[in-house]
Design a protein around this ligand. Structure first.
Ligand code: KG4
Ligand code: ZN
Length: 338
C-alpha cells in the first residue's frame, strides 16, 4: 500500500509555510516565506501579515509540490493550523486549506499550532511518545505542558505576562538590536559575560512552575538610564548575555523542578526559543544530572513551519479525526486539543 502524504499549511503569524510530510514523518518539502516587511516596524503588523499570506500561499504550494515531486491528486489530506495566532493570518490558511480539501475531495485536518511545535520533535525522532514534559516557548507562549498521552495533557506552568520569545524581542527592541530579537541576542551572547548585569528572576522562590518577564524589561530600562550610549555599545555582548541568562534560567529551573517532582524521564523543547543555544546547553546539562532524556527539534523546525503541522496531523489522519468544512479558526492562546 502507498504511504499517505499530507499537505500542511501554516499561516498563524508572519511566516507563510507549506509542507508535504508522509505518514512516517518524512518531510518531502517544507517551504517558508519569512515576511521581512515587518522588520521596519519592530514587530508584526497583523493586516500586512494576512495580505502577504494571501499573496504568496498559492505560489509556495506549487513550489512545494514541485520540490516534493508529487501531484496534487496524490495528496491524501490537507492539514492547517487554526489556533492560536493572528486571526486574519489564520483565516487565510484555513480558507486556502478548505478550498484545497474540497476541490480534491480529501479530508481536512485542524491542528493547534503549539501542538505542532511539540510534534516538530517527531520529525527526527518518530518513535518519541508521551509521557513527557514539554517546554513550549515561542513568541506568544511560554508553557510547561505535561503530556500523559497523545490526547491528554495538562498545562502545569505558564507566563504571567510576556512569553520568553516576546521578552527577547522586547529587550532587543529597547537595545536597538532589531527584530526578531532572540537570534540576535543568542548570537551576541556567545562571548559575553552573563554575570555582567544583575537582572531579576521573578517567581524564583515560588513553589509553582510559572514565569514572569515584565520586571526584566523595567530592570533593563532602569539600567540603560544610568549608562551612556558608548558604554552600552562597548558592552553589548555582556548585556545581551545577562539578558539571555535571565530569560532562560527560570525556564530550565522550573521545567527540571516539575520533572523531578513528578518522576518524568523525558523533556521535550518546542517553539522558536527552543533554537536558543543557552537553553539547549543548560537543559542538556541539567537533564544529564537527573537522568532525564532531552529532545529538541532540528534548528530548521524550531521556528514556525508547516512540516510540524503535517507531523501533528499524522495521528489524526490515522484516527480519521477530520475537521468539517465549516471549520473556523480562533485566536485563543494556549496548547489545546482541536
Ligand atoms: O515559534 P515561533 O517561530 O513563533 C511563534 O509561534 O511565536 O517563535 C518566534 C520567537 C521569537 O520571539 C524569536 O525571537 C524567538 O522565537 N527565537 C529565539 C531564537 N530564535 C528564535 N529566541 C531565543 N534564541 C533564539 N536563537
Ligand atoms: Zn510558533
Amino acid at each position: 500500500m502507498n504511504i499517505a502524504h499530507i499537505l500542511a499549511i501554516e499561516t498563524s503569524c508572519d511566516d507563510t509555510s507549506v509542507a508535504i510530510v508522509d505518514a512516517n514523518y518524512k518531510v518531502l518539502a517544507n517551504i517558508t516565506s519569512n515576511q521581512l516587511i515587518h522588520q521596519k516596524y519592530g514587530g508584526v503588523v497583523p493586516e500586512l501579515a494576512s495580505r502577504m499570506h494571501l499573496k504568496y500561499i498559492m505560489e509556495l504550494t506549487q513550489e512545494c509540490l514541485y520540490q516534493a515531486d508529487i501531484d496534487l491528486e496524490n495528496i491524501n489530506a490537507v492539514a492547517v493550523s487554526v489556533n492560536p495566532g493572528l486571526i486574519g493570518s489564520l483565516l487565510v490558511g484555513a480558507s486556502f486549506a478548505k478550498g484545497l480539501a474540497y476541490g480534491l475531495n480529501k479530508p481536512l485536518i485542524a491542528v493547534n499550532h503549539m501542538i505542532g511545535h511539540v510534534y516538530a520533535n517527531k520529525i527526527e525522532n518518530p518513535s518519541l511518545e508521551p509521557p513527557y514534559l514539554a517546554l513550549i516557548v515561542s513568541g506568544g507562549h511560554s508553557e510547561i505542558v505535561h503530556f500523559l498521552d497523545n490526547k491528554e495533557f495538562k498545562i502545569v506552568g505558564k507566563t504571567y505576562d510576556d512569553a520568553a520569545g516576546e521578552a527577547f524581542d522586547k529587550v532587543a527592541k529597547i537595545l536597538n538590536l532589531g527584530y526578531p530579537g532572540g537570534p540576535v541576542i543568542d548570537e551576541l551572547s556567545k562571548d559575553g559575560d552573563s554575570s555582567f548585569v544583575e537582572l531579576p528572576r521573578a517567581l524564583k522562590q515560588k513553589n509553582n512552575y510559572d514565569f514572569s518577564y515584565s520586571g526584566l524589561k523595567t530592570a533593563i530600562f532602569n539600567y540603560l538610564d544610568q549608562k551612556d550610549e558608548k558604554f552600552v555599545k562597548e558592552n553589548i555582548i555582556h548585556i545581551a548575555a545577562s539578558v539571555q541568562l535571565a530569560i532562560i534560567e527560570p525556564l530550565v529551573m522550573k521545567t527540571i523542578r516539575y520533572a523531578k517532582r513528578n518522576q518524568i524521564d523525558k523533556i521535550v523543547l518546542a517553539g522558536g526559543v527552543s533554537a536558543n543555544s543557552l537553553l539547549r546547553n543548560m537543559m542538556t546539562e541539567e537533564t544529564e544530572k537527573h537522568n532525564i532524556k532531552i529532545f529538541y527539534p532540528p534548528l530548521k523546525y524550531c521556528m514556525d513551519n508547516a512540516a510540524m503541522i503535517g507531523a501533528a496531523a499524522i495521528q489524526k489522519y490515522i484516527d480519521n479525526d477530520f475537521a468539517n468544512l465549516d471549520l473556523n479558526p480562533f485566536s485563543t492562546k494556549g496548547t489545546r486539543n482541536i
